[in-house]
Structure formats: structure tokens, C-alpha cells
Design a protein around this ligand. Structure first.
Ligand code: ADP
Length: 775
């Protein structure tokens, strides 16, 4: 082991507080700081956009400039340095590409981010004195070409020999797919057969993210569940075949949240501060929020909020389908967001004044007030790589109602009425009735059992979503790529009268801490807010079913005796020795994944969920198990009927994880039987309080190796076109049938395709989804 620190270059198209359009900006804004705290040296590379506030640009220091070749072009690249909280930021400066009014959405995005990726790779030769890059960590499609350029253009240079590449998928729906003419014109790679083949996704297109998946030494995504979901045709967006082939280097590491910025005890943006020990401020926050939004100020109405992009991904089809039932059943709903579903939300706000409010804007301060003032937070996503909002909600004691997918599944433990365990309310299928049932499970608990509700709130607030856990897992990953570098955290120095030899950490301190504040977040200027409550009172239709209707004015009693705070996430990685840390980290996510199905099952059939949680199993095995346990009757039937579609169960010949991407491209495809979650999204019919048959998990089956049924594979196109048709529904009810439509899987033949054949073809039907910008 050397004394060298792990030195990481972290490349991202966004990083808060400089530029943020969503979760990627949050992650790149906080993970590097956590990595520094975990003992790494980190440089973050971000484009120097024209929108970065002058309070930052004024303090940047020009450290280098050089030219970057891009096809026939030779482009200027400046490096501007800013150090904040021990993290060095190097801004890639080229005004032609980046001095624009917003980060993405231009006709030449393909060229802009090819330049960014090449500039990042080239910059490794121009790093500050003493910084020798061990790991180049790239994020999403904007940086996906860096591992490709690195291996094809820079591999021979000694400086680059030691650089290992990590590629993180934050959202696989955005891949960077372009006409293949740019292979020659911009990338300058048409003459390199390996690169041309591995980037190509169909006869006319290339795909940046696909290149990164083949060329990177390790691949991560932002939650364990999403890591296995994207290996299925249903969630893989055409890249599932490659991900199955490379599953030996793929892992899921949960994002964290900035627990300082999101802290109800200190948050200056909320009406009253509160903590798990004293929740009285939360009541005041709720009343103030109801007042502010024009809702009836009543504590006997559960207030459910959404803070989100109003898109299909976020489950807005289900919301518009179920809102009549929810609002007329006595639950208040407030939505903050912008996107495709603005009109339906205005419609409901008009129809249910005093009960429903819509704020069609992006407003960070209001989002804080909504997280603090609400009782429940709705997030019924179609897919969710990780999701930050549900974690923020839990931190504010606002119980999430989520669909069990991706990071939502990994962070929200379903309420178990028998044991009192849980941190929220969950449902399995992308189905509006199931979502409504979950909402009313929450509402009924709020109305009927204050002690149980308060206990759940305590559970949620005690959950650990800090970055410490995730940073440790990334450090373990880096260590796997560079086992010669010790990642042991420095022991706290014990004060001795006669100081002994300096520790390694003291001898080699981290980059100089900077005095700069990290205060403001870059966010779009809010649009003028919509008047949510019109005079016109088109009061609700028929009242909801008896068990869902609002209770008689039943003031919520003083919270029952507070229950002891209880950690619900097994996340503390105590051991700091590399090997031990790895095991601990793996266990924590594995235990959680393993626990979910069992815990859920106990909601209808008491079962020993704790036992499942303690099973130390390899995370992949757990994922497969979990997937298997999701099997529904419908799926089983469909799977049987389509046995012919079974993915080849060939034994894997892929070798160890640390093999360079190029060499793995020649290995045979492992027959990772990714558990294909199929379409069994039957519309629910039962009353709100009745437990769903579909929410009861069947026993895990070894037969998870079956692939998506043919029946399912034919319906994806239909589903996707339905989605487009409902992007702006005139009448929200019209979306109902579509919301309940089965989600299906497009079959990707690449699952069993040896890697030395041409790269798997992406499906043209979903090309539109693979747009190249975040919003
Ligand atoms: P995404 O898929 O959009 O990245 P995440 O849940 O990971 O979803 O992160 C969304 C972040 O953006 C959260 O911090 C959330 O509070 C914030 N956000 C989303 N919409 C709005 C809005 N309209 N106003 C303020 N903040 C918002």
C-alpha cells in the first residue's frame, strides 16, 4: 500500500451551486465533498456556462489553456479553478460552446458534450501540481465519451495508463443518440473499427452512453434496485443487453441528500423549526402552508404534496387519474412543479378550491415550506433511478407515498400495520387505483391511529440519508480499481503531550480549504405564479366510498407519547479497513433490498421480515431474489407461454471486474438472467382499505431467469405512443385507461449476443425518450 491518496476527477455537466436542473446537479454538488471527507482528493470538472453567477466566475483563477482536437476542428479550452470546501472545481472554458442562456437543448448538444468529454480527457495532463488522476468518474451521457476517447486516443501515454474509468448512470432515459455522421465529423473515430462498432446503436445512429458502458472499467447507477431494473428490457431503454453483459462491473449506490441544507431544525425558509424530539413546529408549518396556498386551514385534513417535474416519469398519469377520488375523499393536495401536466393540475385546483392547490413554477423556498408543512409526499414514479424528494420529505417528517421502483423502493420502507415498522406507504404496479389505495392507507392511519402515525414519522425522520454512507461505497469501488491505494480513513488524532510521528493524513493534507461560501443554488427564475384558487366553485362529484370519505371533524389529538427514534436504514459502515468496509457496504444495501418484499408481505400476512434483513447475501443475488419475489400470477402465466423467448442461460465467460473495457468487449455475454418485471399492471378494483392481491408477494423463485414475455414485448410501442398522446390531456379523466395500461418490455436480442458481434441495436420506438437533454 502506498501513502498516496485516491485522486479522483469527477466530470459532470451540472454541479450545484453553479448549475442545477435536477438530481445530477445535487449529486455533483455534494458527493465530491463527501469523498473528500472520506479521504480522497477530488477535482470536479464542469462546463463554464454563461449562466454561472458572477459571485463564482469573479473568483475563478485561470490555470491553463490548450487546444482540443475534435474531428477536423481544433478548439480552445481554458481551465478556470475555484476551490470550495476542499473540493477543486475546474471549469472547462469555451465560450462558443458554453456561453449560452441554459445548459442543454441546443441543436449542437452532441458536439458540445463531445467537446466537453474530450476536454476532460485532455485536461488530465494539465492538472494542478501533485494531482495524478487515479479514477476518472464520468456522469451521464454528457461525459460518456471520455472513457471512449481515453482508451482510443490516450491509452499509450504513461499518464493515462493508470487512469481507471467509472461511469455513473443517473437516468438511462437520456443517452445522447445522434446521427452517425458525427462519428467522423466530430468524434474523428470513423476509422477506428472498435470504437465505431461499440458506439453504433442502429444503422444510422451512434449512442454516447452505450460507448461508456462498453469502455468503462466500472459502471454504477444511483440505487441498487435501479441497477437491476436497467438490466431488464422494461427499464433498460435498449441498453439492457449491454448492461446484462457487463453486470459483473455494474453496481447501485444510493444517492444521499445534503442534510445541512435540508434540516427542519435549522431551515431558515420554513415557518417554524422543529425536530423529531419536538414536532410542535410542524403543525405551525402545516397551518401556514394551508393558509399560503388557499387551502382550508384544518388539521383533520391530511395534506399531501408533490414537488416535481410534471412528467409521465413522475407518475402524473396516475395522479390525474386518481385525483378526483383522493380530493373528494377528504385529502388535501398541493402540487409544485412545471412540465407536461400543468393544465390538468390547474383544472383540479379550479375544481376543488380549498382542497387542491397548484403552483406551476420552480420555487426552491416554497419547496422547503411544502416539505415541512405537508403530512404526506406523493411520488408514484413510472421509473425512478434514485429520487431525492422522498428522502427530503422523510427528513421533514412527511411520509412518502411511493411506487416500489428504483430508488423509491430502496429508500421507503412500507408501513407494516402489525409491527409498526416502515417509513411510508408503497404500492407495486403502475396503476392509478393502487396508488389511490396507498394514499388512503396513509390517510386512514392519519385519521384513526395517531400513535401509529407519529411512530412512522419518527421512523422516517431517523432514517440516514447522508452522503457518508454513499461516499464510503464509492471509495470501496475506487479501491477495487486501485487496490494498491489505501483508503483507510485517518483515525481521529488523539491529543498527546508529545506528538508522535504525523499520520499519513497529516503528512499529506487535503487541498487547501477555501473560505468561499456555498450558499446560493442556481435555479431558474420563477415564473409568475398561477392563481390556484379561482372563484368558480365546481364542487366535487359524488362523494367517495364510505371508508374513504373525510372523517367527522376529528381534531388530531396531542401526539401520543413520542416513541424512541429508530434507525430504519442499516447504513452505518463502521469498519474502515478496505475489505471490511466493502463487506459492510454491500451488506447494508443487500439487507435492505432483501427486506422489502418480506416486509411488504407482512402487511397482509405477518412474516418475519427481520430475518430477511439479516441475511448476508451478495447484492446481485439479493436483487435477483427480490425481482423474483415480484413475480405476479399474470407474469408467471405470461412467462410460461413464452418460454421460447428465454434468454440464453450460457455460463458466463466474462472475467474479473477489473478487466479493461476493450477486452471485455470480446468476452462472451454472461447469461445474467435479469429478472424482467413484466406488465401485470391490472387495474385495481378493490376498495381503498382492502389489501390488494397484487401487493402480496409470492415466494421467490429460482426461475427468475426467464425473460420478458413476448406478449409484453409487443405492447411497449403502444404504451409509449399512448404516453405521447396523453402528454397534455385535455380532460384528465381521459388518461385513466392509459394510466392503467400495462407497461411492457421491448425485447433486446443483445442479451445473448456475444460482445464481438455488432453492438446491440437500440429500439427506434423509444428514440424520442432517449433525448439528449434532461428537460
Ligand atoms: P429529478 O428526476 O427531477 O432529478 P429528484 O427527486 O432526484 O428528481 O430531484 C428533484 C429535486 O428538484 C428535488 O430537490 C426537488 O425538491 C427539486 N424540485 C423539483 N421540482 C421543483 C420545483 N418546481 N420547485 C422547486 N424545487 C423543485
Amino acid at each position: 500500500m502506498s501513502d498516496k491518496k485516491m485522486q479522483v476527477v469527477f466530470a459532470s455537466a451540472e454541479a450545484a451551486p453553479f448549475v442545477k436542473t435536477g438530481g445530477l446537479g445535487d449529486v455533483a454538488g455534494s458527493l465530491p465533498r463527501a469523498l473528500v471527507a472520506a479521504g480522497a482528493d477530488v477535482i470536479v470538472m464542469v462546463p463554464k456556462y454563461g449562466t454561472i453567477a458572477s459571485e463564482y466566475t469573479d473568483r475563478m483563477e485561470h490555470v491553463a489553456d490548450f487546444y482540443v482536437s475534435l474531428g477536423w476542428r481544433n478548439e480552445y479550452c481554458g481551465l478556470e479553478r475555484l476551490v470550495i470546501d476542499g473540493v477543486t472545481y475546474l471549469f472547462i472554458d469555451n465560450e462558443r460552446y458554453f456561453k449560452r442562456d441554459y445548459p442543454y437543448g441546443f441543436f449542437d448538444d452532441g458536439e458540445r458534450f463531445a467537446f466537453f468529454s474530450k476536454a476532460v480527457t485532455e485536461s488530465l495532463q494539465h492538472l494542478p501540481e501533485g494531482f495524478q488522476c487515479d479514477v476518472l468518474h464520468c456522469n451521464d451521457w454528457h461525459t460518456a465519451l471520455a472513457p471512449v476517447f481515453l482508451r482510443e486516443f490516450y491509452q499509450g501515454l504513461p499518464l493515462y495508463e493508470r487512469v481507471k474509468t467509472v461511469f455513473s448512470i443517473h437516468n438511462i432515459a437520456f443517452q445522447g443518440q445522434y446521427a452517425d455522421t458525427i462519428l467522423n465529423d466530430i468524434l474523428g473515430m470513423a476509422h477506428i473499427p472498435n470504437a465505431a462498432r461499440q458506439l453504433r446503436c442502429d444503422e444510422r445512429s451512434i449512442n454516447y452512453m452505450q460507448g461508456a458502458l462498453d469502455y468503462s472499467d466500472a459502471i454504477t447507477t444511483v440505487s441498487p434496485s435501479y441497477a437491476w431494473e436497467i438490466q431488464t428490457p422494461e427499464y433498460g431503454e435498449g441498453l439492457d443487453g449491454i448492461l446484462r453483459r457487463r453486470s459483473n462491473v455494474l453496481s447501485g449506490i444510493l444517492n444521499g441528500i445534503d442534510t445541512d441544507a435540508w434540516n427542519p431544525a435549522t431551515d431558515p425558509m420554513i415557518h417554524a423549526n422543529y425536530s423529531a424530539a419536538d414536532m410542535s413546529g410542524k403543525k405551525a408549518c402545516k397551518a401556514a402552508l394551508q393558509e399560503e396556498l388557499g387551502l382550508e386551514v384544518r388539521d383533520d385534513r391530511p395534506l399531501m404534496v408533490m414537488v416535481t417535474r410534471l412528467t409521465r416519469q413522475k407518475g402524473m398519469d396516475l395522479v390525474t387519474y386518481a385525483l378526483d377520488r383522493i380530493l373528494s375523499g377528504g385529502v388535501q393536495v398541493a402540487v409544485l412543479g412545471t412540465g407536461d401536466y400543468e393544465e390538468p393540475m390547474r383544472y383540479f385546483a379550479n375544481k376543488y378550491p380549498g382542497t387542491c392547490a397548484a403552483r406551476i413554477t420552480f420555487d426552491n423556498a416554497l419547496s422547503h415550506r411544502m416539505y415541512a408543512g405537508a403530512d404526506m409526499f406523493l411520488m408514484p414514479s413510472l421509473f425512478e433511478p434514485c429520487g431525492l424528494s422522498q428522502m427530503i420529505a422523510m427528513r421533514y417528517g412527511t411520509l412518502p407515498v411511493v411506487r416500489e421502483t428504483g430508488g423509491l423502493r430502496d429508500t421507503v420502507a412500507p408501513y407494516n400495520q402489525f409491527t409498526g415498522e416502515g417509513t411510508g406507504f408503497t404500492f407495486a404496479n403502475f396503476n392509478g387505483d393502487e396508488m389511490g389505495d396507498a394514499v388512503f392507507r396513509g390517510a386512514r392511519l392519519y385519521w384513526d391511529d395517531h400513535a401509529a402515525w407519529d411512530h412512522l414519522v419518527q421512523n422516517a425522520m431517523a432514517a440516514d440519508f447522508s452522503w457518508v454512507r454513499s461516499a464510503d461505497e464509492y471509495m470501496n469501488l475506487y479501491h477495487n480499481l486501485h487496490p494498491e491505494i489505501d483508503i483507510t480513513k485517518p483515525e481521529p488524532v488523539v491529543q498527546e503531550p508529545e506528538p508522535a510521528e504525523p499520520t499519513a493524513a497529516e503528512a499529506e493534507p487535503a487541498a487547501a480549504p477555501a473560505p468561499e461560501p456555498t450558499a446560493t443554488k442556481a435555479e431558474p427564475a420563477p415564473k409568475a405564479e398561477q392563481a390556484a384558487e379561482p372563484a368558480d366553485d365546481a364542487k366535487a362529484e359524488a362523494p367517495a366510498k364510505a371508508e374513504e370519505s373525510a372523517p367527522k371533524a376529528e381534531p388530531v389529538a396531542e401526539p401520543a407519547k413520542k416513541t424512541a427514534a429508530k434507525k430504519t436504514t442499516a447504513s452505518k459502515t463502521a469498519a474502515k479497513k478496505p475489505a471490511a468496509r466493502k463487506t459492510a457496504a454491500t451488506k447494508s444495501t443487500t439487507a435492505k433490498a432483501a427486506e422489502k418484499p418480506a416486509a411488504k408481505a407482512t402487511a397482509t400476512k405477518p412474516a418475519a421480515s427481520k430475518a430477511a434483513a439479516t441475511k448476508p447475501a451478495a447484492s446481485k443475488a439479493a436483487a435477483t431474489k427480490t425481482a423474483a419475489s415480484k413475480t405476479t400470477a399474470a407474469k408467471a402465466t405470461a412467462t410460461k407461454a413464452t418460454a421460447a423467448k428465454t434468454t440464453a442461460k450460457k455460463p458466463s465467460t466474462a472475467s474479473a471486474a477489473k478487466t479493461a473495457a476493450k477486452s471485455t468487449a470480446t468476452k462472451a455475454a454472461p447469461a445474467k438472467a435479469a429478472a424482467s418485471k413484466t406488465a401485470a399492471d391490472k387495474p385495481a378494483t378493490a376498495a381503498a382499505t382492502a389489501p390488494k392481491a397484487t401487493s402480496t408477494k409470492t415466494a421467490p423463485k429460482a426461475a427468475a431467469a426467464k425473460t420478458a414475455p413476448a406478449k409484453a414485448s409487443t405492447s411497449k410501442a403502444a404504451t409509449s405512443s399512448a404516453a405521447k398522446a396523453t402528454a397534455k390531456p385535455a380532460a384528465p379523466k381521459a388518461t385513466a385507461a392509459k394510466a392503467a395500461a400495462p407497461k411492457a418490455a421491448a425485447q433486446d436480442s443483445s442479451a445473448a449476443t456475444p460482445a464481438d458481434k455488432p453492438a446491440p441495436k437500440a429500439k427506434s420506438v423509444s428514440a424520442a425518450k432517449r433525448t439528449t437533454r434532461k428537460r
